[in-house]
Write a protein that binds this ligand. Structure first.
Ligand code: TRP
Length: 440
């Protein structure tokens, strides 16, 4: 059967933005920003997105569009004669499954909060509510629900499933978040949250520069869906050659914009209605943002409607990301092992059903996977893709970068390739070393 492709350039861009915009923007980004001192983190993070994230995104695009394959097949094909690069791609396929295992648990929480928002059943007890629902058999059940939605979309294929779903969900996410932000910033007391978020204060950078750099780098990779091969896979479905540099920039700008927009919802709510960050920063636990924001809704008029809109937006954002994770191993089985999309989706769904349930039952394991393990795997994976692009593809990478690009983009090709060969892998390997060191 012929390999599928996107119906249009817009379809590709929206699917990639859909992958990028997710829990990373709404849940992980405010949590990291709060933990590392607000605006200073924002600045460091934005620099890394620009200097490391965008070039990394372009490297994945180049690999994907040139090979028209899943990550494992892509690296194996583009480096004929050596089997070992295929394993780097295969590492990405495995990472995708690890990632989806914890992501689907958080997706399950969102699904549950979304449903519970209609009745307001967590109102008045948001802390206790999160305690009860976050881990255990019920959490596992909601994880299965979220995973089933993910699998249903992936089953529909590249056009009928992923493209159609993201085209419908992306505009909704933006509209919902924009309305919520407009409302949140006008709440009395919102100003304090905004100034924590936006007033630049360099003190946190000076206090813990390495820690912040590590966190900002991890967040930049996570939010752009890098280091796993998501963007390789999505670019492999490109039918015609357009400027990758342009598409990549649009994707990064939209992703960052939506992340910043989410901050305009979350920070005013936390400060105006919850009196600050104490709850959010307590131990830096993953659930704090749920408790803080969910707790805010009970205090406002039409709180249930606001909550439904908020969790609805996050649910769409999470789904448009989780499908991009499941698509990697599905594409791998379809491309390399001639499995039908249907069987691949069902088999992998069953596998993640189990691995995700284990994460839902064991909070310690969940924390390890969602934090440390994912940071390490993404950083290692992206370093591998960059070295491959810079040293194995070399001038072929430049040719692919240039194909379909205009004059401005072409002039960026050479500096891009240079950074992909040298500074960027070095930066990532240094981050990796720091992460490993802090683990020991
Ligand atoms: N970027 C998504 C988010 O912010 C998560 C995601 C989707 C992802 N696909 C990925 C992260 C691949 C890393 C790698 O929620």
């Amino acid at each position: 059967m012929a390999r599928e492709s996107w119906t249009s350039r817009l379809g590709f861009i929206l699917a990639a933005v859909g992958s990028a915009v997710g829990l990373g923007n709404v849940w992980r980004f405010p949590w990291m920003t709060a933990e590392y001192g607000g605006s200073a983190f924002l600045v460091v993070y934005l620099c890394i997105v620009l200097l490391v994230g965008v070039p990394g995104l372009l490297a994945e695009f180049v690999i994907g569009r040139r090979s028209k394959r899943n990550p494992a097949g892509a690296l194996a094909r583009l480096a004929p004669g050596t089997k070992s690069w295929g394993f780097v791609g295969l590492f990405g396929v495995v990472t995708a499954l690890v990632l989806l295992s914890f992501y689907s648990v958080v997706g399950g929480w969102i699904l549950r909060y979304f449903a519970a928002s209609f009745t307001g059943s967590y109102f008045g007890q948001s802390g206790a509510y999160f305690e009860t629902i976050s881990f255990g058999w019920e959490a596992a059940a909601f994880h299965v629900g979220f995973l089933a939605l993910t699998a249903a979309i992936v089953l529909g294929g590249v056009r009928g499933g992923i493209e159609t779903a993201t085209k419908a969900m992306m505009p909704l996410i933006v509209v919902l978040l924009a309305v919520l932000a407009g409302w949140a910033v006008t709440q009395p007391g919102a100003g304090e949250g905004l100034s924590f978020y936006l007033d630049f204060d360099p003190a946190p950078i000076e206090e813990n520069p390495i820690g912040m750099l590590r966190a900002a780098a991890g967040q930049a990779l996570f939010t752009l869906s890098l280091g796993v091969g998501t963007m390789i896979t999505y670019a492999s479905y490109l039918g015609e050659d357009n400027s990758l540099a342009f598409d990549g920039s649009v994707i990064a700008v939209l992703n960052t914009g939506i992340g910043v927009l989410a901050g305009f919802v979350v920070f005013p709510l936390l400060f105006a209605l919850q009196g600050g960050l104490t709850e959010v920063t307590a131990g830096g636990e993953a659930g704090a943002i749920f408790i803080g924001v969910a707790g805010a809704f009970q205090q406002v008029p039409f709180g249930r409607a606001v909550a439904v809109g908020f969790f609805g937006a996050i649910l769409f954002a999470a789904l448009s990301s989780s499908i991009s994770m499941l698509e990697i191993p599905v594409a791998y089985l379809v491309d390399e092992h001639d499995v039908s999309r249907r069987n691949a989706t069902a088999g992998l769904g069953a596998l993640v059903l189990v691995t995700g349930a284990v994460c839902a039952l064991d909070p310690g394991l969940f924390d390890f996977v969602a934090g440390t393990l994912v940071d390490l795997m993404l950083t290692a994976g992206l370093a591998g893709f960059l070295v491959f692009t810079g040293w194995i593809l070399g001038t072929d990478a430049l040719a692919e970068f240039d194909s379909g690009a205009g004059g401005v983009a072409r002039s960026l090709g050479t500096p891009w390739l240079w950074s992909v060969r040298t500074v960027l892998p070095f930066f990532l390997l240094a981050t990796l070393a720091l992460n490993l060191y802090s683990l020991l």
